[in-house]
Design a protein around this ligand. Structure first.
Ligand code: ZN
Length: 487
């Protein structure tokens, strides 16, 4: 019997209103600055009302919020004059047990990186059953450090691959709940004995499917009413998680598709990551990676596929019609993708798309770094790479650039759309997920000494130059889960 107890981050410090200047991207391609906005929350940390000084009701609402704060300190969170807020980031692709090797062995070919580095590391992650409790000297500290590190970089929602160990993956979900980060978590399935090392794989297809069902039950509770689903707290959701087609048997892939359908569960996997990976489905099944995943029932709304570097137009159409989302991981792609993902084209084809760090194929836990890389990679894609080739043939034969504001959209609202969750902006009805940026930290001054004051310039300074030091508070569904009050 799985242990269903979830301890949750303390939500008693949740403010009811927040006053400050906020940037967000309600639509792709543009941003809004809400200057001195008053954001009011309901009892569950969801945005109920947003007013700015041009609204007739603003002065009265602000006055009553301040009076309420006098009666009940903590009612109103007022940002300081040098602080602004961004929506919390949404990281669509992280391999939690790879965190200790972030930045290591990235010069190795993919098969060496996987077989000699990654699989031996992931195989270490596991939890021994001790009665009904969980415990480990190794797994929990790494997962706790990862979740807190991601929060400290402004990531308030994260989509995690656990390892093949089901109890360790449960521990990851519970770690997210207790620290207060919204999370989608999966126990990785890799059951094909001919494709995976003996020291790290599911012992059988039946066991992999049964553990996946058990994992869903442990996170959701059979009634769907365990603490993981308490609407007062950020959601913790289970994901059906075939590692990728090359590591799974057909029986596992179709069984997982059936489980995902039966439970209306999230699905996460990899699709068309690299030259090699995109060729495997064609050799095995005579069809593209996306066609094969779709035929196994693994592409649907609430399915997030990492990379898509080699996604063909017909595959993008499958993504669009099924509602499947793509996690663009530009830093990882530079090492293992063999190409640049055509983000602008895929977004233009109507596919939901957001950003992922892909720890540890990508070395950085920060979506700021991935916003920067998404912009840079798109420029390289458009311009090309080999100066010996004439300019008209050097780059992609189509406009490919992604702007900083567009990349911010991918890291926020785009991620929320990918997950079908009301997160990623400061609009009414969205969960209040927020990172508070101090623009004037020592040696991390984002104001440019006040030389440039246009909102667009300010936002670009934040996106390109923010450090973890600038992120002073992080709120998830209204609850402050990280605070650095050493001003
Ligand atoms: Zn990955």
């Amino acid at each position: 019997m799985a242990d269903r107890s979830f301890s949750r981050a303390d939500s008693t410090t949740r403010p009811t209103a927040i006053l400050g200047t906020c940037f967000h991207t309600p639509a792709y391609g543009s941003f809004e600055m809400l200057e001195q906005a008053l954001i009011e929350l309901d009892d569950h940390g969801v945005i109920e009302r947003v007013t700015t000084p041009v609204d007739p009701a603003y002065r009265e609402r602000l006055r009553s919020a301040r009076e309420a704060n006098d009666r009940k300190p903590g009612y109103l969170l007022e940002l300081d004059k040098d602080e602004v807020a961004l929506p919390g980031f949404i990281d669509l692709h992280v391999h939690a047990p790879q965190w200790p090797q972030a930045g290591i062995a990235l010069d190795e070919p993919l098969e060496v990186w996987l077989n000699e580095r990654t699989f031996p590391l992931e195989a270490k992650f596991g939890i021994e059953a001790r009665g009904s409790s969980l415990g480990s000297s190794f797994t929990l500290p790494v997962y706790q450090d990862l979740v807190q590190t991601l929060l400290s970089r402004g990531t308030t929602t994260c989509v995690y691959f656990g390892s093949a160990d089901v109890r360790g993956s449960e521990a990851l979900a519970k770690t997210c709940a207790s620290i207060g980060q919204r999370a989608i978590v999966g126990k990785v399935v890799m059951d094909d004995p001919s494709a995976n090392p003996d020291f790290y794989r599911d012992t059988s297809t039946e066991q992999a499917l049964a553990e996946t069902e058990g994992f869903i039950a442990a996170i959701e509770g059979h009634s769907g009413k365990c603490a993981a689903n308490d609407p007062r707290f950020p959601g913790i959701y289970p994901a059906v998680t075939p590692r990728f087609i090359p590591s799974c048997t057909e029986a596992a892939l179709s069984g997982l598709g059936e489980i995902a359908r039966a439970h209306d569960a999230y699905v996460q996997s990899h699709c068309d990551e690299s030259q090699w990976q995109s060729s495997v489905a064609r050799e095995r099944f005579g069809k593209s990676d996306a066609e094969a995943l779709a035929d196994f029932g693994l592409l649907k709304r609430k399915a997030v596929m990492a990379h898509g570097t080699f996604l063909l137009d017909g595959e993008a159409e499958i993504f669009r019609t099924t509602g499947t989302a793509l996690a663009h991981c530009p830093i990882s792609n530079a090492y293992f993708g063999n190409a640049v993902c055509p983000v602008r084209r895929i977004h233009g084809q109507g596919v939901h798309i957001g950003l992922g760090t892909d720890i540890s194929g990508g070395f950085s836990p920060s979506l700021y770094d991935n916003i920067r890389m998404a912009v840079m990679a798109s420029r390289i894609l458009e311009d090309g790479v080999d100066a010996r080739v004439p300019s008209e043939r050097r780059g992609a034969n189509e406009p490919s650039r992604v702007s900083a504001a567009e990349a911010l959209y991918l890291a926020t609202k785009g991620g929320g759309e990918a997950l079908d969750l009301p997160i990623g902006s400061f609009e009414v009805g969205q969960s209040l997920d927020m990172q508070v940026i101090d623009l004037k930290r020592p040696f991390a001054d984002l104001t440019g000494n006040g030389v440039f004051t246009r909102p667009a310039d300010q936002l670009e300074r934040i996106l390109y130059l923010s450090t973890p030091e600038n992120i002073r508070k992080v709120l998830v569904q209204g609850t402050c889960v990280l605070s650095r009050d050493d001003r």
